[in-house]
Design a protein around this ligand. Sequence first.
Ligand code: SAM
Length: 292
Amino acid sequence: MHIPVLLKETIEILEPKENENFVDATFGEGGHSLEILKYTEPNGKILALEWDPELYKLGVEKIKKLKMEKRIKLVNKNFKNLKRIVKEEGFSQIKGVVFDLGISSWHYEKSGRGFSFKYDEPLDMRINPKIKITAFEIVNYYSYKDLVEIFRNYGEEKEAERVAEEIVRRRKVKKIESSQELAKIVLQAKRFKKKKIHPATQVFMALRTFINGELENLKKGIKSAYDVLDQGGKIVVISFQGLEDKVIKEVFKLLKEKGAEIITKNVIRPDKEEIFKNPKARSAKLRALKKP
Ligand SMILES: C[S@@+](CC[C@H](N)C(=O)[O-])C[C@H]1O[C@@H](n2cnc3c(N)ncnc32)[C@H](O)[C@@H]1O
């Protein structure tokens, strides 16, 4: 089960009220959507997006089981096209949009796509199977130079060269097939290992971010969200890595020039109690803005 992150803070900012409409750009297992719906009874609606087709199917079943079909419409689409999707769905009077970035606990624990080095799974890492490249193809066929760039630009990996070198050396002997094989290679290649996180964390993050175009989606998604918001509407973005936060700050700055009010002068982070209950929340950051 995915534990929704910074849920209380999201609600405090969005201030959902009776019969208001919201967009959940990243439905996942529905934590944020279901909480918002409690405040928007009886007729407030949510348009929710989930790009992963398997998680989307599970979401549709969940909504049916909870008899919430009249109040949540879940679509299997990418939030980068939010403006078009909102139009296609005829959704309007949007008071807020939530982005809870990254992937769900389900991806790590159940998808079988090699997102985690906790399990030995094929190197896939696609959120949606329509994406053309997999982690296997990148790791086994991309040039040394491209690997270095991906690890550095999408994962801020300081030892990108050493890791890429080791990958290229090892794949000449045998193709790198699984998440744990890759994690071991990274572990052997790196000289400096942080105590708190596994040494392969940044390389896995880089591959996932690159494959799924996560930074590009984010840029387009926030801009689209701003366009569809009602006056006085808000955008909440919860991110988990520095590169995402950088993109959010850049787009917020652009929107501020258009008149948006930045609500979070200082970034909001989970309190000690939340981190204690859910250690995965420790790197979360929340930023929010309001459309005038
Ligand atoms: C951190 S989870 C959201 C968790 C959710 N708030 C909850 O409480 O269950 C992020 C979700 O967004 C989905 N996702 C990632 N990129 C997306 C995109 N570009 N468009 C739509 N959904 C996306 C992922 O598949 C994942 O399920």
